[in-house]
Design a protein around this ligand. Structure first.
Ligand code: ZN
Ligand code: ZN
Length: 242
């Protein structure tokens, strides 16, 4: 019983943090988008279902928070690998390792969600052809579970301190919303060949063109597997001089 109470305490803290991050990030991008209409990616197209998409957010947030809270809880209980001591080299090293791990996980889960058998769980997310910052949590329970199971599982294979996992999750939440913002605010050469980072244009093209750009943080897997949109690098570059 004490175990359950402890877990529910962590879950409540995670849900509160995720909702706060979502509200602040969403409002920030609403303001930025209004100030920079020239940065809109799909010119002349709007998403009339923008606010309705938020109805799915409670299911998405509860699912991802449960996965994340379980990862933390497993480590606190000593069920997972003993984490490395937190210091100046272990923190960045494990953060980068886990970001690479999550990007690979996300890419292959996403490819699976686009198969005939699994697409039924991903179709809801693709109703947003012109995504907005609020589309990030427009997903089914199964999709959220498959994507976020990473955070419940990673502590068993990577000795990552919980503080580093929290930093990664905050980055993941903000970059997930950024990827759906519909406006390219931070275009830079780091987002295109030969650099590995993705961008807002990257995931926006996934929603618009459907069969390209399945990755999350990096474009690496799409480049290797030949699923990168052929005009991705060129389109991102066009936003750099605005
Ligand atoms: Zn997809
Ligand atoms: Zn999306």
């Amino acid at each position: 019983m004490a175990l359950l109470t402890d877990f529910l305490g962590i879950l409540a803290a995670v849900v509160t943090a995720i909702v706060t991050i979502m509200a602040l990030t969403g409002l920030l991008f609403e303001i930025l988008n209004r100030r920079h209409p020239e940065r809109k990616i799909q010119k002349g197209r709007n998403n009339p279902r923008k606010w309705r998409e938020l109805r799915q957010a409670p299911i998405s947030i509860l699912t991802l928070s449960t996965c994340f809270a379980f990862g933390l809880f497993a480590q606190f209980q000593g069920w997972a690998l003993s984490p490395f001591a937190l210091n100046w080299w272990s923190a960045p090293l494990l953060l980068i390792a886990s970001m690479i791990g999550y990007d690979a996980w996300f890419y292959w889960v996403h490819r699976l969600l686009h198969t005939r058998l699994f697409y039924r769980f991903h179709a809801l997310h693709h109703r947003s052809v012109t995504p907005t910052v609020w589309s990030n949590h427009h997903e089914t329970f199964v999709e959220a579970l498959l994507n976020q199971a990473y955070y419940a599982f990673v502590v068993f294979v990577l000795p990552i301190p919980w503080q580093v996992l929290i930093v990664q999750k905050i980055y993941d939440q903000i970059s997930g919303m950024l990827g759906h913002a519909g406006f390219e605010h931070i275009a830079s050469p780091a987002g295109r060949s030969p650099w590995p980072l993705a961008s807002t244009v990257f995931h926006d093209q996934h929603h618009r063109h459907f069969r390209f750009n399945y990755g999350h943080t990096f474009s690496f897997w799409d480049r290797v597997m030949g699923t990168l949109h052929p005009k991705y690098d060129m389109t991102l570059k066009s936003f750099e001089d605005l």
